[in-house]
Design a protein around this ligand. Structure first.
Ligand SMILES: Cc1cc2nc3c(=O)[nH]c(=O)nc-3n(C[C@H](O)[C@H](O)[C@H](O)COP(=O)(O)OP(=O)(O)OC[C@H]3O[C@@H](n4cnc5c(N)ncnc54)[C@H](O)[C@@H]3O)c2cc1C
Length: 435
């Protein structure tokens, strides 16, 4: 009898305690889920921007490991004993949920039924359907600095392990593009003693080099070969650019800026890479060219006026002007906010959608607050119809109006360089939320 009591005290009581604790934790995790979902559904924020989880509700055991693993707050929740994407448009595709799920109930998919995303076909080793050509970073569909850094070095690890090896005179690897993915790939290539070269059409830094001055950058730590930890969380464009410059100088990376790759042709033992200035031969090619090659245009009359630009660099250039920002993603919202802080600048933020579902929560909240303060005019469900030197004809829910206008900044994203990819033999598929 006494033995039974001892077993109860030593084993059963702690077990019951643990189960109770787990149950309470689960209850807490599911408590908020319906409310968060309703809050997202009301303004129509139910469409994920890009990569996001799809949960197999039959397999899911409702353990909430994915909820705890997601670095974002209130994106996943537990509802009816299964995991659910409760704030879909706040999901930025970390993918931590899939890795954490103990029962493999999560798949990561791109796009949605209502909005397809063009993604080049890439295997788990980052290799495309053309053996020897690899893709990493945002071109593969994942739009985050940390992910670009991770993928750049992971792709090179795969190349170092299983990639082709050419003659002694040729390169092992050409990396095209020197954004975060290309820089991290170059560091990994150097660390692995590969004969490599980076070709960048513009300046080193990729998209970061073109962020508006002083832009707040939200990222997460990552590991960079040769350098160690990339320790940033909330930082600025300038800090990041200074970090890249120092890291590149310290590691002595072989990067040629101002050299655009125009074509990649297969040859017997690898590839011929053709630029305006030169021709290279390499056994492998890693494309880290991002997705912003050419900006998406509005396609309206008058768009050719020089007052229409596709990127904001300096807000103070627009001081005292009447500016329209067109777009609904983070870059549009950040541009509109930054302009609205300039003295005397009147800003209209025009977006064709009914909610800023492609932008992050913080930016959405800042825009809402600025709109309420009257610092910014937000026109959802609106489209510019015609542009003249002094006006923009804007179609809104209330009808059409001619808004006085000095400048238009179109932040409608970039067009995937599909022609370049397809010429290279790489297949591109429009993904609509399925595998
Ligand atoms: C306005 C804005 C704000 C953002 N804010 C954040 C943020 O706060 N946090 C975050 O994590 N992410 C943010 N992002 C996303 C982030 O910048 C990208 O996900 C990241 O830079 C992708 O890195 P990448 O190396 O894959 O591509 P990119 O940085 O786009 O670099 C690609 C490089 O390839 C070069 N290239 C293209 N074609 C060729 C060619 N044919 N030959 C040679 N070179 C070529 C380009 O010139 C470019 O330098 C933001 C993006 C934008 C536009």
């Amino acid at each position: 009898m006494q033995q039974l009591a001892t077993i109860g005290a030593v084993y059963i009581a702690p077990l019951v305690g643990l189960i109770a604790l787990y149950w309470i934790k689960q209850k807490n995790k599911s408590r908020n889920a319906p409310k968060v979902y309703r809050q997202a559904a009301e303004p129509g924020l139910l469409e994920p921007a890009s990569l996001h989880p799809v949960i197999d509700t039959v397999r899911c055991v409702g353990c909430a490991t994915c909820v705890g693993a997601c670095p974002e707050k209130n994106v996943l929740g537990i509802s009816n004993h299964t995991a659910r994407l409760i704030s879909p448009s706040s999901c930025i595709g970390h993918g931590a949920c899939k890795t954490a799920c103990p029962v493999q109930a999560i798949e990561l998919v791109f796009g949605a039924a209502t909005r397809g995303v063009d993604i080049p076909l890439v295997g788990e080793d980052y290799q495309t359907m053309v053996p020897g050509i690899y893709i990493a970073g945002e071109l593969g569909g994942m739009g985050l600095i940390r992910k670009a850094i991770e993928q750049g070095s992971q792709a090179v690890a795969a190349i170092a392990k299983n990639g082709r090896r050419g003659q002694a005179s040729s390169l092992d690897l050409i990396i095209v593009g020197a954004g975060p993915a290309g820089i991290s790939a170059a560091m990994a290539a150097k660390a692995a003693n590969l004969k490599y070269k980076v070709l960048e059409q513009d300046t080193v830094g990729g998209s970061i080099a073109h962020y508006p001055r002083g832009k707040l950058v939200m990222t997460q730590p990552a590991y960079l070969p040769l350098v160690g930890e990339f320790q940033f969380r909330d930082t600025t464009k300038e800090c990041l650019m200074a970090f890249w410059a120092e890291a590149i100088a310290k590691t002595g990376l072989d990067i040629t800026a101002g050299e655009r790759v125009d074509a990649i042709d297969k040859d017997g033992s690898g590839f011929t890479i053709i630029t305006a200035n030169s021709t290279y031969h390499s056994s492998n090619v890693l494309l880290t060219i991002g997705r912003r090659g050419s900006p998406r245009k509005l396609g309206v009359a008058g768009e050719e006026h020089s007052k229409v630009v596709y990127r904001l660099i300096e807000s103070h250039q627009y001081r005292g002007k009447k500016v329209m920002v067109v777009g609904g993603g983070d870059s549009a919202l950040e541009a509109a906010l930054s302009l609205s802080e300039e003295q005397g600048t009147e800003v209209i933020l025009s977006y064709r959608g009914s909610a800023f579902s492609r932008a992050g929560v913080k930016n959405r909240e800042r825009v809402e607050a600025a709109g309420k303060r009257g610092q910014l005019r937000v026109e959802l469900n609106s489209v510019p119809l015609r542009i003249t030197p002094d006006l923009v004809r804007l179609k809104t829910a209330a009808g059409e109006e001619d808004a006085l206008n000095d400048n238009i900044i179109v932040c409608a994203g970039g067009i995937l360089p599909t022609a370049f990819l397809e010429k290279t033999g790489i297949e591109v598929k429009t993904r609509v939320g399925s595998q």
